[in-house]
Design a protein around this ligand. Structure first.
Ligand code: ADP
Ligand code: TRP
Length: 350
């Protein structure tokens, strides 16, 4: 016998606005690339959507093997996003691990997901390809089950919050498509009593072209060890800016601004008139890399100073950071329980 569960347009009483949800993995010190590619677009989205952000700590566990590191980076990610302008009174920010309903839903979803879908996941396939290229016989070497099931856990994060849109970078688009496919599989099997909302992918406009280069000219990324940390103290920031790779064009020679990492970073942070002026001076000749680096350092140092101060305040053990996250967790759980009770009823374990 089936129990009738009616589907509501919005789970929870909060709002009629559409819900956007995104997760951030706490795996390293936030850098300028994250600010440009993830944090700034997220700030804009918070004006349009009912925005939810969570620290994907259990996703990070597929690679992070130190409890201290996990604790530090989880707080550090939250503090960074708040310091950069996310207002926890307007948005919901929580830790994934504070919403245990996620893991219950993940099991249900894994029971409606074909193994073949996971075999085709980009991240998993990339490791197998790497093993093959290295001549390793067991192509699954180095793959833990968390990594293999990663897309299902991510689908659970998304579907549990009755999410409308998921703003992520291109590298995550397959995961959002999987979440939509998995929701459809669930709905096809159990949709008579309860349906999961099928989420949509939103690629932030910033993703279209703005990839910030790092100190070696490649994409700024933790994996390349070429990042400029967002909250480096002034002296360290100065040293890192000095290290940015440049060619050996002499001071007086004209330079192409658009092939200089220093300029491309400056462009994202300095006022438009400063950017225009520097661009002209580089093209005309007479501005050396040293001078350009000084301008970049001053710009970053001035812009980051108030954020750095706020970040450091939030990172203190006695700040209200943990309380804010706990409050976010309570809000998120209330929302999660409504979806999960629909799911439980639909599969018959209520
Ligand atoms: P990393 O490459 O350092 O490991 P992540 O993969 O953790 O960075 O990225 C987190 C978010 O920051 C993603 O949304 C990604 O699009 C954005 N991001 C990372 N590096 C850059 C960059 N160099 N330029 C623009 N956006 C970036
Ligand atoms: N996999 C995402 C990343 O590596 C993080 C993430 C986990 C996420 N769960 C999510 C993003 C749900 C959006 C929605 O960046």
């Amino acid at each position: 016998m089936t129990k009738a569960v009616t589907r509501r347009d919005t789970v929870g009483s909060v709002t009629q606005r559409k819900v956007s949800l995104t997760g951030i993995k706490p795996t390293g010190e936030p850098h300028l690339g994250n600010l440009i590619g993830a944090i700034r677009p997220a700030l804009q989205l918070a004006d349009t959507y009912e925005a939810m952000y969570f620290i994907a700590d259990y996703h990070a566990l597929t690679t992070v093997r130190s409890a201290d590191e996990m604790r530090h980076y989880s707080r550090s990610v939250a503090a960074t996003w708040i310091a950069a302008g996310l207002d926890t009174d307007r948005i919901t920010m929580y830790r994934q691990s504070d919403v245990p309903e996620t893991f219950e839903l993940a099991w249900v979803l894994s029971c409606v997901t074909g193994k073949g879908l996971m075999n085709r996941a980009h991240a998993y396939k990339a490791i197998r390809d790497r093993n093959a290229a290295a001549g390793i016989e067991d192509l699954d070497a180095g793959v833990n089950m968390g990594l293999y099931n990663y897309p299902i856990l991510m689908a659970a994060d998304i579907l549990l919050m009755d999410t409308d849109v998921v703003p992520v970078g291109k590298d995550q688009s397959q995961h959002v498509e999987y979440a939509a496919d998995i929701a459809k599989s669930f709905n096809a099997l159990f949709g008579e009593t309860f349906t999961l909302k099928v989420p949509e992918l939103v690629l932030p406009a910033a993703d279209a072209g703005k990839t910030l280069p790092g100190t070696d000219g490649r994409k700024m990324s933790k994996s390349y060890d070429n990042t400029i940390p967002l909250f480096a103290p002034s002296a360290q920031l100065k040293k890192i800016v000095r290290r940015i790779a440049t060619d050996s064009t002499p001071v007086e020679e004209p330079k192409d601004p658009d092939s200089s990492s220093v300029f491309l970073i400056l462009e994202q942070f300095a006022a438009p008139d400063v950017v225009a002026d520097v661009r002209e001076r580089l093209k005309a000749g007479g501005m050396g890399w040293g001078e350009l680096k000084n301008i970049l350092f001053e710009t970053l140092d001035t812009q980051m100073a108030p954020l750095r101060e706020r970040y450091e305040e939030l990172m203190r053990p006695d700040s209200d950071l943990d309380e804010r996250l706990a409050e976010g967790g309570v809000k998120a759980r209330a929302r999660a329980r409504e979806v999960l009770s629909g799911v439980r009823a639909a599969v018959g374990v209520d």
